[in-house]
Design a binder for this molecule. Sequence first.
Ligand SMILES: Cc1cc2nc3c(=O)[nH]c(=O)nc-3n(C[C@H](O)[C@H](O)[C@H](O)COP(=O)(O)O)c2cc1C
Length: 309
Amino acid sequence: MPDLSTKLGKLNLKNPLILAAGILGTNAELLKRIAESGAGAVTTKSFSINERKGYENPTVIELIENGQKIGLLNAIGLSNPGFEKFKEELEKFKSYKPDTKLIASIFGTIDEFPKLVGMTENFADAIEIDVSCPHVDDSISKNPKILKNLIKEIKGIIAKPLIVKISPNVTDIKEIARAAIDGGCDAIAAINTVRAMKIDINFAKPILANKFGGYSGIGIKPIAIAKIYEIYSMLKKENLNVPIIGIGGITTGGDAIEVIMAGASAIGIGSAVHYRGADVFGKILGEMDKFMNEHNYKTIEEIKGIAVE
Ligand SMILES: Cc1cc2nc3c(=O)[nH]c(=O)nc-3n(C[C@H](O)[C@H](O)[C@H](O)COP(=O)(O)O)c2cc1C
């Protein structure tokens, strides 16, 4: 029986599967359902200090090209009811499932981030800062200097692990990952959605109300694999030991193994919940287990980064 446990710095996970931010993570009941499906950790939907309305409908569409389901396109606009409401859900989740790790995903401006981290820290096992949503202002994740200074400031006030979720929508993701690491982050989550658009040719207009959205699911997996490979390769060359949460199109146990071979220590699962149901975590764990047994792999650590030169 392979050992699927993994570590994100000080955070020990019973297995590497994490519910990615924004998918069913709006309340304690839904997070509990995912935890019961076997996830090692769950991430909330990103929340801000104050309530945020988000964009008009349509906000999420399924992308089907030539009859093939290739993923989802969303521009929700980070709608959320604000910190006070989320705090209640975080507390409820911990009373339901104290043994499943809880990651609070937050977003804000440069001034709001440190404040919100301080407000949230006691209600979660780790904090993830979302600086990379492609359909709202993602300027922090595109400016290494600003990002590094922000992380330094946040690390000065929290003791719990700090995860930085970064964007693929940049020229060189290594530069952004390096800035997050230089600022002192405990883990990197990569990737957020890929900036994209779908035009309805009958109406000659983009379908999403916001026009641009974030592309997720099966079609972005090769992009995610390449970005994670690049980051891990840099870490390896520089002898840096910062774990990566690999996210982007991971749908099967084989995909999970692939992203670990590219250098991830844990795996974020988002759109696959839509494609395979809320019990996708148990399914992927079973598939990973089978692959590892067949190939005589005993631990995640043994596979981590083995495809990276
Ligand atoms: C509907 C939807 C909402 C999302 N909301 C958030 C969010 O609030 N915060 C965040 O950091 N990422 C958000 N994401 C991005 C996901 O966490 C993930 O990075 C991305 O979807 C790629 O993973 P996937 O292909 O497994 O879905 C969202 C994605 C989708 C599809």
